[in-house]
Design a protein around this ligand. Structure first.
Ligand SMILES: [Zn+2]
Length: 268
């Protein structure tokens, strides 16, 4: 019996020792978790300055810096933009509403793999471009890429990858040239900048010789987007833009300078 009580005491003492050791570890874990969280938070703040982010190689639906756009602002089921850009957009929309203008976001973040799908269907002739199978009409890779670039972004070069850029109200320039559309466009031209937004695909010409065509509907949130264009200019080269059919054309086309950086010079 004595032995049994002795063993029982030993077990109890051991259990208490284990418990207090666990508690100590728990405290340490809490401390570590807090410091890891602080580091993660810091990293997230600037985590968009990476090649993968710039090329849209992430999922906006699960990314911590992104928010789903409310039904009030879009007819789409599940489209996302960066939370900082979205907050600025909501302020802008509130201000526009005071003069009877409403915004409908037609498109926001489009990941790399989405764009790769569009691009490769055109590249392989599955989707016709101007009624043509490009594998036959444009057998040369560079010419084929340039043809697709007239209508679609090359994967990795679209500002829609960034969560900062949105298409508003209508995808035809004509719409913004009269009546309701003109009123909306004039309001945006006068006011969007004060909320951080700029029309990056302005008229092409002497001021903007290269890049995607005129898009009066496409507005970019510069406080974040400018850092990304600067990152592309200083940290990337054309060969980084890869992972799709025809990616061996990026150097000869000079996609970084001509397309990523080929924007309205007033949007810096
Ligand atoms: Zn757009």
């Amino acid at each position: 019996m004595m032995i049994r009580i002795g063993s029982l005491l030993t077990i109890i003492i051991l259990l208490i020792a284990c418990r207090s050791n666990e508690q100590g570890q728990d405290e340490k874990m809490v401390e570590q978790t807090v410091s890891v969280k602080a580091v993660v938070k810091d990293t997230i703040r600037e985590s968009y300055l990476s090649k993968d982010y710039l090329m849209g190689k992430f999922d906006p639906a699960t990314h911590k810096s992104f928010s789903k756009i409310d039904a009030e602002f879009t007819k789409k089921d599940a489209i996302y933009m960066r939370t900082d850009a979205y907050e600025a957009f909501k302020e802008m929309a509130k201000s526009a509403e005071e003069v009877g203008i409403t915004f409908n976001i037609i498109s926001a973040t489009r990941p790399f793999y989405y764009q790769k799908g569009i691009w490769e269907r055109k590249w392989t002739g599955v989707t016709k471009v101007s009624g043509k199978d490009l594998t036959k009409s444009h057998p040369g890779f560079k010419q084929r890429a340039l043809k697709i670039l007239e209508y679609s972004s090359m994967p990795g070069t679209s500002r829609h990858h960034w969560g900062t850029d949105i298409d508003l109200n209508n995808l035809e320039n004509d719409y913004f040239e009269s009546g309701k559309g003109l009123k909306e466009y004039e309001w945006l031209q006068a006011n969007a900048r004060s909320f951080g937004f700029c029309q990056v695909y302005s008229e092409k010409g002497a001021e903007r010789p290269y890049g995607y065509n005129l898009e009066k509907w496409h507005w970019s949130y510069l406080p974040v987007a400018s850092k990304l264009t600067n990152f592309a200019q200083t940290q990337m080269n054309n060969k980084d833009i890869k992972g799709f059919d025809g990616d061996n054309t990026t150097d000869s086309i000079d996609v970084i300078n001509k397309y990523i950086l080929g924007i309205n010079p007033n949007c810096n």
